[in-house]
Design a protein around this ligand. Structure first.
Ligand code: PLP
Length: 391
């Protein structure tokens, strides 16, 4: 019988550099491979399983909804979709939600909304979107164009027209670029894939002010930083700045594929009947799960413990930095954390896997830690000990 690894490598496009492990079971912060070996998961399916693997309440919500109604299409109404949209609006700056199935699709919706908002008003030349260098917004043609990293675009030219890129946290660069052809500025309040880099507070406030003065829409991609990851429901809450449009995905469904594009009442006027759509977007199944996720994560006590554990984690990482000159920086917010090392993040990731810890390497020099938000301090301490030995 072919192994899982062999079948995968023989029959699936080889677009992913996979670690040579197949996991067969998960519970909380733990995963088990085919041989029954246990791992502590500090990646959570790339910041997706915020509540950990197979959280009983989410499993229950999925099972209940799966046995009731899975899909009807958006030609009709459904209660879980309506309830989730209302809850998202009540818990955020937004007035309206568009549901998608992934982060890239949520960003596609945001890009389309920003352009159409101005085209509907007759401002046909106002279609440019400024994004940040080192950003990540997805893999569709529009979102890879929005992404500020060349390696993501390699081989896919020509790209979509009307995007430009400026250095993150450099207000003057943005100000120089922003003219009357710009419809939106799009950024991650904490860059994830780019290396775990938080925006400066003064920068984000100045960006908001500039957008207000010029009537430009501000889009926050909170696909990674949102849903409690940074210790508040959305990372931007910590900056005292709200966007006009925000995108969510990753942890929204705790593993069920769902994304969302949220907008103010004003920005939402860019879409009318027929201007955008999705067959699967916001199925009863995905939205029932996401509603349960949102209810748990948005509890103030839950968010308090995310911040507390994040502070503990940072303190421990700072300890590693003091001790090991190969650690050159500690960055992040809440439980979206990273350390910058001199080189070869992939080798550290492989060695940690052998030791039973799942972590992630990005940009060759950054080890990223995005554990389930339910991780406990003792599990953080175990990871730190393993890293300490390795460093
Ligand atoms: C993961 C991610 C995306 C893309 O989401 P997909 O679900 O993979 O399409 C977009 N933006 C950010 C910030 C992300 O972290």
């Amino acid at each position: 019988m072919d192994s899982i690894v062999k079948k995968t490598d023989d029959f699936i496009f080889q677009t992913y550099m996979r670690q040579g492990k197949a996991f067969v079971k998960g519970e909380g912060v733990f995963l088990w491979d085919e041989d029954g070996k246990q791992y502590t998961d500090f990646l959570a399916g790339i910041a997706v399983c915020g509540l950990g693997h197979c959280h009983p309440k989410i499993t229950q919500a999925i099972c209940r909804q799966a046995a009731t109604l899975v899909h009807v299409s958006n030609l009709f109404y459904s209660k879980p979709q309506a309830d989730l949209a209302k809850a998202l609006c009540e818990k955020s700056f937004a007035d309206r939600v568009f549901f998608s199935n992934s982060g890239a699709e949520a960003n596609e919706a945001a890009i389309k909304l920003a352009r159409r908002y101005f085209q509907k008003k007759g401002e046909k030349n106002r279609f440019k979107i400024i994004t940040m260098k080192q950003s990540f917004h997805g893999r569709t043609m529009a979102t890879l164009t929005a992404t500020g990293q060349d390696k993501i675009k390699d081989g896919f030219y020509p790209l979509l027209e009307g995007f430009s890129y400026v250095t993150f946290n450099d207000f003057d660069a943005l100000k120089d670029e922003l003219d009357k052809t710009v419809c939106a500025v799009m950024l991650e309040p904490v860059q994830g894939e780019g290396g775990v880099i938080p925006a400066d507070e003064t920068y984000l406030k100045a960006v908001r002010k500039l957008c207000d003065e010029t009537g430009t829409l501000l889009i926050f991609d909170e696909i990674q930083s949102g849903m409690g990851r940074c210790g508040t429901l959305f990372a931007h809450e910590q900056y005292g700045v709200t966007p006009d449009i925000m995108t969510l995905a990753k942890a929204l469904g705790n593993g069920l594929p769902i994304g969302a594009m949220l907008a103010t009442k004003e920005a939402a006027t860019g879409f009318d009947f027929g201007s955008h759509g999705s067959t699967f977007g916001g199925t009863p199944l995905a939205t029932a799960a996401a509603l349960e996720v949102l209810n748990i994560i948005s509890e103030p006590a839950f968010l308090d413990q995310v911040r507390k554990k994040g502070e503990h984690f940072v303190q421990k990482l700072e300890g590693l930095k003091q001790k090991h000159p190969s650690v050159v920086g500690v960055r992040g917010k809440g439980l979206l954390l990273g350390i910058e090392i001199e080189k070869n993040a992939a080798a550290y990731v492989a060695k940690m896997l052998e030791k039973g810890f799942i972590i992630n390497g990005i940009q060759d020099k950054v080890l990223r830690f995005v554990p389930p938000l339910i991780v406990e301090e003792k599990e953080i301490d175990c990871l730190i000990n393993a890293l300490d030995t390795l460093l």
